[in-house]
Design a protein around this ligand. Structure first.
Ligand code: SF4
Length: 465
């Protein structure tokens, strides 16, 4: 009898139509080599019913989802496809996994673990020793969360190579007018060097006991505690990015990026690339020289960083904008995390710098725009907005800062950007300690303002009172 093909669906959820995140596309080639069938779908978050309609005609053995899907939707999907197994991964996976009916979660380095999971499910063998894998077990009708107990650290080369990302995904729920505008990511490193900075006094005395749940097995409990401790070592208090900063020496970083660029240009004809590194200043000049030397056709090179690091590297920014002018392409500066224009908020977010850095960065962006309007682009930045602890006095100051915010952000508002993907985040545990957390069973938890008058002030501000 012929053996039925093992079929996998890769699903990602998007607010605007963009390329898929560059992890699942790399897994596709691995599972093709195992003889599995696959389908890759990016679904519009506002039209998830279209995705259900489409999937109902299909049968998958394994459905891999990213953490941006709403928990309620994932539970609905699991009810419809009760025979399929579900796996989730990516930096913000934790609470979606804990609150949903998803069977498995991969924490950290995913490529080898995902492949191990596929092989085990396909061959109906044991999954409990697969590195970085959380799984659910049933005892006396109760579900327990367990972990393999094996940790596999990020290794840049192992995660990226062989490099054959599959990027021809099906889009569901978008209109014909929606165009994919973002360039593909090229990965220079994992994690962020700022993770080695310390958390400030706001995060003293947070108890990890708050994370303990009685449905965790011993190994799962230990892995979750380790994750919390990793987050408590430093970095921005709301950020789910991985704790260890993994990078290669400059020469190897450039070789690694050039291999990705060559593949993406040759296979998909991309001329624009977004570099995944919080500190691209380390290698960006050499990379541009290498791209020019190897005749790479460049339209846009997007880089990202922190506000204070961009200020500190003003000379490098001026130099690379000069190189962009000379070679006729665009530098797009993106994802500087401005977060707020109030010092207390920056401290709560543990940004680790003075608010003047934000104002300096606004001036720097203005300057770069004015000296090279055709070769420098302001590509959109992070702005969480006001924190739950904001006082009325600070809120008035914040409204005065709107002139800076208006320059960078089309829609100035008070921000609602603090998303609690993960209960291991220091800011999550501080909200819990300060009794500002609003817990939900089947949705991510959210928060309330410490000062009850803040919501009234915001409403009055919006109504022009
Ligand atoms: S928000 Fe940015 S700077 Fe802060 S820890 Fe995360 S990646 Fe690093």
């Amino acid at each position: 009898m012929m053996r039925k093909m093992f079929r996998i669906a890769f699903l990602q959820c998007q607010i605007v139509k963009e390329l898929p995140h560059m992890n699942m596309p790399l897994f596709v080639n691995d599972i093709k080599a195992l003889g599995c069938g696959f389908e890759c779908i990016c679904a519009s978050r506002s039209k998830l019913e279209d995705l259900i309609k489409y999937l109902k005609k299909k049968k998958f053995d394994l459905i891999a989802v990213d953490y941006t899907f709403p928990v309620v939707f994932l539970n609905e999907l699991k009810d419809i496809f009760s025979k399929s197994k579900f796996v989730i991964g990516g930096n913000g996976f934790l609470d979606t996994f804990l609150k949903s009916k998803i069977d498995f979660a991969v924490i950290g380095a995913g490529r080898q673990s995902f492949l191990g999971l596929v092989k085990a499910l396909k061959n109906k063998s044991d999954i409990s020793m697969i590195p970085n894998l959380f799984f659910k077990t049933k005892k006396n009708n109760r579900t327990f969360i367990d972990y393999s107990g094996k940790n596999l650290n990020f290794d840049l080369k192992r995660e990226l190579f062989p490099y054959h990302p599959f990027l021809k995904w099906k889009y569901i729920g978008f209109t014909g007018r929606d165009k994919v505008v973002d360039p593909p990511s090229i990965i220079a490193e994992f994690g962020c060097a700022y993770r080695s900075g310390k958390l400030n006094h706001y995060y003293d005395n947070l108890s990890k006991g708050a994370l303990s749940r009685n449905d965790f097995g011993a190994k799962a409990r230990k892995r979750i505690m380790d994750l919390f401790e990793e987050r408590m070592r430093g970095g921005c208090s709301f950020c789910t990015c991985t704790g260890t900063h993994v990078f290669l020496p400059i020469k190897e970083t450039i070789a690694c990026l050039m291999e990705q660029i060559h593949f993406l240009q040759k296979t998909y004809r991309f001329k624009s690339f977004a570099i995944v590194s919080e500190y691209p200043f380390r290698f960006i000049e050499q990379l541009i020289h290498q791209m020019v030397e190897e005749n790479i056709d460049i339209e846009i090179l997007a880089i990202r960083s922190r506000v204070d690091w961009a200020n500190k590297n003003k000379r490098t920014l001026l130099k690379i904008v000069g190189l962009a002018k000379k070679n006729n392409f665009m530098i797009s500066l993106q994802q500087l995390g401005f977060e707020s224009f109030i010092q207390n908020d920056l401290d709560i977010y543990n940004k680790g710098y003075r608010i003047t850095e934000n104002f300096k960065a606004v001036e720097l962006i203005r300057k770069l725009k004015s000296i090279a309007p055709g070769n420098f682009q302001d590509g959109g930045h992070g702005f969480i907005g006001i924190s739950p602890w904001i006082t009325l006095r600070d809120l008035e100051k914040y409204c005065e800062s709107a002139e800076h915010a208006h320059f960078l952000f089309d829609l100035f508002n008070f921000g609602n950007g603090l998303v609690l993907y993960d209960s291991c985040l220091p800011i999550y545990q501080k909200l819990k300690k300060d009794r500002l957390l609003i817990e939900h069973k089947t949705d991510l938890d959210c928060w309330r303002f410490k000062d009850k008058n803040i919501s009234r002030f915001i409403n009055d501000f919006h109504n022009g009172l």
